[in-house]
Write a protein that binds this ligand. Structure first.
Ligand SMILES: O=C(O)c1cc(C(=O)O)c2c(n1)C(=O)C(=O)c1cc(C(=O)O)[nH]c1-2
Length: 238
């Protein structure tokens, strides 16, 4: 996980455009849209049981997103930065009882035939999924805020994946009611805005070659978290 120092020896920081291109290259090559399980989902090859397993596992990820965002929030020292980051918690938790992303994900589960208590019951989540989520939350708790913000940049690739997923669900899995897809529809715009804001923060905070390399490494780590999560879903049942 540590940066490869010889590469950094004596070189200047990358200009913003090159740094951005290097971050984008990470998600272009390692994002979980390429994972065999997602590929099967997009081709319409998942059984109802597999799709339900994925929805339940991903709920475990989802419910921890506001927890890790609260950890990041605590590391931001400017009101405008905290204000922007706080919106992510509102996006997931909602600002009133009608709820936000978490509630929409629960409704996706219901549309697929899972009840709410099943989704909240973490003991049913495969251990590999729990470990992957725990690794991400712990990373954001322990690492400098730059690394944690950079890790969220997988969202640079998330909106395209949401569009692919919505089309795949509509076409291949019509047994899931269309209203259940509201979570994904909302994330197309939320994800794009989140990625744009996080990228601006990373560009502003990563000034030295070491900091820039740490941001790239953090993003690679996050791609591994998402990959490991899907590996665990893929292998955890018939
Ligand atoms: O469904 C997906 O494939 C997907 C991926 C990601 C991601 O790239 O981490 C996020 C989400 N969804 C998502 O819904 C979400 O709220 C989210 C927050 C974050 C983050 O790291 O801060 N990633 C993601």
């Amino acid at each position: 996980m540590t940066a490869v120092t010889p590469e950094l020896d004596g070189r200047a920081a990358w200009p913003a455009a090159e740094f951005t291109a290097r971050l984008r290259a990470v998600t272009a090559t390692r994002y979980h849209d390429r994972h065999p399980f997602n590929q099967r989902m997009h081709r319409g090859e998942l059984t109802p049981a597999e799709l339900r397993r994925w929805i339940a596992a991903r709920f475990h990820y989802q419910r921890h997103i506001p927890v890790k965002d609260a950890l990041i929030l605590a590391g931001l020292d400017r009101p405008e930065e905290r204000r922007a980051w706080l919106r992510r918690i509102h996006d997931q938790d909602g600002t009133d009882a009608s709820g936000g992303g978490i509630e929409r994900w629960l409704r996706l589960g219901e549309a697929a035939g899972l009840d709410r208590e099943e989704l909240w019951d973490a003991s049913r989540v495969p251990p590999g999924v729990r470990f992957a989520v725990e690794a991400y939350v712990t990373f954001c708790r322990r690492r400098p805020v730059l690394d944690a913000v950079a890790a969220s940049l997988t969202e640079l690739s998330a909106p395209d994946l949401m569009r692919t997923r919505i089309a795949a669900f509509e076409h291949h899995y019509p047994w899931i009611e269309a209203a259940g897809l509201a979570y994904f529809r909302t994330r197309v715009t939320q994800g794009a805005r989140d990625a744009e804001q996080a990228l601006a923060l990373v560009l502003a905070r990563a000034r030295t070659p070491e900091e820039q390399q740490r941001a790239v490494t953090a993003l690679e780590f996050k791609c591994e978290v998402l990959w490991a999560l899907l590996d665990a879903v893929d292998r955890s049942g018939p």
